[in-house]
Design a protein around this ligand. Structure first.
Ligand code: IDP
Ligand code: MG
Length: 150
């Protein structure tokens, strides 16, 4: 089953939007398999955002993600990465489609509330970076057959 890391970033936590984010993914039918609330270290932030090192916004991005606690989660489901990124919306909130999280709650790219993995391979890599194997729970829901076709 495809996995995505989801982070409610410090602005989302400060603004009381953890529940809103979880509710949207639950309602979509995705299955939560891991969650923790943590203060992100500089080391973890740098590993997570390694692809952006050297970009103009990199230093600001590291200070943003380490500025206050985040809610880290792993969600799974068929096409979970694409489905989650669709619910999250475009990186720039002003370009995010109406009804998406970034559209509904954000205005600026540097305060865009939420992270989601961008490809299935990234989902696997980021889940392993943020969670130990034993922190991810394999389980099934009685309702799964009514949401997952296979
Ligand atoms: P994504 O979060 O939609 O995958 P990425 O391009 O991977 O977007 O960028 C990672 C994060 O870096 C964004 O979510 C945003 O917080 C920040 N970011 C990206 N571009 C800019 C920018 O131009 N200015 C400030 N922050 C940016
Ligand atoms: Mg990205």
């Amino acid at each position: 089953m495809e996995k995505s890391l989801v982070l409610v970033k410090p602005d989302g936590v400060q603004r009381g939007l953890i529940g809103e984010v979880i509710a949207r993914f639950e309602r979509r039918g995705l299955r939560l398999i891991g969650a923790k609330f943590l203060q992100v270290s500089k080391e973890l932030a740098e590993q997570h955002y390694a692809e952006h090192k050297g970009k103009a916004f990199y230093d600001g991005l590291i200070s943003y993600i380490t500025s206050a606690p985040v809610m880290a989660m792993v969600w799974e489901g068929p096409n979970a990465v694409a489905a989650i990124r669709q619910t999250v919306g475009s990186t720039k909130p002003a370009e995010a489609a109406p009804g998406t999280i970034r559209h509904d709650f954000a205005l600026e790219v540097g305060r865009n509330l939420i992270h989601a993995s961008d490809k299935p391979e990234t989902g696997e890599r980021e889940a392993a970076l943020w969670f130990k194997a034993e922190e991810l729970v394999a389980w099934s829901r009685a309702v799964d057959a009514w949401i997952f076709e296979q």
